[in-house]
Design a protein around this ligand. Sequence first.
Ligand code: 5AD
Ligand code: SF4
Length: 475
Amino acid sequence: MNENAMKTEVIPASAADMAPFIESVKAWTSDFALREGRAPRCHVLTFGCQQNEADSEKLLGMALQMGYEGTDDPANADLILVNTCAIREHAEKRALSIIGQFKHLKEQNPHLIIGVCGCMVAQEHRRSQLQKSYPYVSFVLCTSVLYRLPQYLAEVQARGKRLFKGEEELTVAEGLPIQRASGYRAYVSIMYGCNNFCSYCIVPYVRGRERSREPADVIREVQELVEAGYKDITLLGQNVNSYGKGRADGYDFADLLRELDRIPGDHMLHFMTSHPKDATKKLVDVMAAGKHIAHSFHLPLQSGSDEILRRMNRHYDRAQYLEILDYMREKMPDIAVTSDIIVGFPGESEADFEDTLAMLRRARFDMIFSFIYSPRKGTPAAEMPQQIPREVQNARFDRLLALQAEIAAEQNTPLTGTVQRVLCDGVSKKNSDIYNGRTPQNKIVFFEEPAPEGTWLSVRVDRAEAFALYGTVIK
Ligand code: 5AD
Ligand code: SF4
């Protein structure tokens, strides 16, 4: 894959561009309903990150707009959209294995249409694999042309053609219908793509160059969500700190957040993800002064070794990372900071790994997401010498988790006895006798008193553990 050959021209797009195709699919779904006595059903299956979840809400939104009904059961579906992830090999293998299982559904229902969307299909080798080895898959749809779902469906339905095209354009599409999974927590994409080319990462190749939505479009969407009663709104981008880069007026992410904070309501704003090289003190100041901005920050460190950071092409070192982290803690003592760590990057020595453990002790993250390095075809790190053996990676991974569990417990212990504001998520999925919710710092809290989803509660913390708080709702 060649960075220089990548498209940089950003094309504004809108749902209206799809009008004739939407009409064509609508005609198809109403014929189906007349013939079968029921509407055709669509199932969307999502792998990967929040960005993908947000994309899936648009895929389902478009399908419903064109006359489909949603279904949770793929066996009942007439249209299955698999929204894939490519970040690690494991994510791709799982998606391919599930797509493989859909073969028998296609045998039972020859009219079933299966489309594969998301990051995995932006890779040429995966598209040709799907085309050759998965004959029951009808089309692939790349994230940058997500808004073209009506066109792809219309072509498959009208001509029975299979479509396996690569990305042809970089778009910022507005006006797509969104079928939100929750009535009180929402994702709002503010930008798409990534320009960073960290040496291990596939994202810049599969999601294309950075492009930002217009501030007015983002502000309108957040305003509408607040008016509709949403309580927790997460702004999404691969690197939200480079929001607006290249704008003539210099308007940046901190400016956007400051404007969003002025929207009145009882909601909280979150955002992710931030790149440490671009996280500014201006942003921290806006957060500290804000009314609605949650004191939580996800700041991926990736490694605590300066040499590994250099070879990851991260453009910061430990000292720079700690400078912004210390500034955050100084301005917002109650802030929760979370991070991503990759273990077993090519050439990672025992000393490099010890540096990562030392950074964990110094940074005192509230939580980390840790990953074993996974070589991604086409990225520079996949070609680096000294790939680390699996056993060494696994042993380091276990040591990392054990240390972080200790730190997380120490971080949470002082919360015992405090009263926390908690957004209720209703009955716990694992235990129907217990309720749960999250603080603005994103800490999960369990309690016994029944309370409706989407309401704010005051909860006194009785017990704090590494990964959860336990408390009592105060009337
Ligand atoms: N292998 C392992 N982890 C990776 N991540 C990104 N690419 C890889 C890879 N090739 C991790 C990073 C990133 C998170 C979303 O996934 O830590 O921040
Ligand atoms: Fe999200 Fe990256 Fe996975 Fe794409 S590859 S779904 S952007 S985590």
